[in-house]
Design a protein around this ligand. Sequence first.
Ligand code: F6P
Length: 363
Amino acid sequence: MKKLLVATGGGDCPGLNAVIRGIVKRAKKSKEWEVYGSMEAFNGIFTDPLRIVKLTGKKTAGIHIKGGTILKTTNKADPLHYPVKDENGNIQLVDKTKMFVDRIKDLGFDAVINIGGDGSQKISKAFFDHGLPVVGVPKTIDNDLSATDMTFGFQTAVQIATDSFDKLVTTAESHHRVMIMEVMGRDAGWIAIHTAIAGGAEICLIPEIPYDIEKLVQKIESRYEKGRGFVCIVIAEGAKPKAGSIVARQGEEGSRHVRLGGVAFQLSQQLKDAGVRAEIRETVLGHTQRGGTPTAFDRVLASLFGVKAFEMVMEGDFGKMVAFKNNSFISVPLEEATRNYNHVGVDSFIVRGAKGLGITFGD
Ligand code: F6P
């Protein structure tokens, strides 16, 4: 029997377990491969005792409906930036790809499926370039990988955000308030724009379209003048004001961890400073968007990604990532998969369509 190693890396995402189950189920039918999982990305291959688990049908039964990952995950297992102490005892981040590849081969694995976002797929590419047969599976709630039309976890995040948004609308209406809801998405506005359309927001602020605070104030005032005494805003964690519109604080702080939870409160203050008199309240959804059970769509996408990834292993189609393009499951070279970031197009139909629905972006 050949041995396949599976790992989940980077932030978690609803659907990871469905991919793992898909791989195991398809591998069982092949009767040629045994599937193992490394715990916490590739950390499990270096621990003593090893934290590598055999993934059987029994172990993965029914896991597709659960959020998170049974293999656990971490942002801190990056072979490309591996912490090593130098002679002065200082930590340096060095490329240890070869050490990881040698270890995986020494442990007797014939191939790897690496499930993760853009950072993880850069690792997949480095592994492949060092001679390891590897297949990547894209994962992220942000939907910011350009090689695939959709990543699993995204629909679930949008559904969670929309459910929360719907709740904010009724309380905004009762109190005649301005409600600001901050969503995740890193440097892309996909979660924000989908939620704004699904929820019927008045204003949507995304990283791709810097906003002018005056335009937002006009929109808010005209809503109150027309007697529609409430405004609901969706703001992406990476949104920022136009340079010169006001002091541009968002996004300048560098780390998205600083930014997360910051933009809703900053926008609130900017609106108050610009003269908005209505009461304003802020909600930051944070990691709720990554939790819980995946939607049916994400379970299907993730399960089929798992099956496709295993079939690529069987066919020897390595150095590639599974992708969903034009309603088909295809494989794309990792090189291509990691080249471009998938932003919301400023002139795309989704933006024009949202504007057609009356949503203001503040541009
Ligand atoms: O990439 C997924 C994501 O949830 C982003 O939307 C967010 O910016 C980031 O991860 C949060 O990372 P962490 O879980 O490390 O705080």
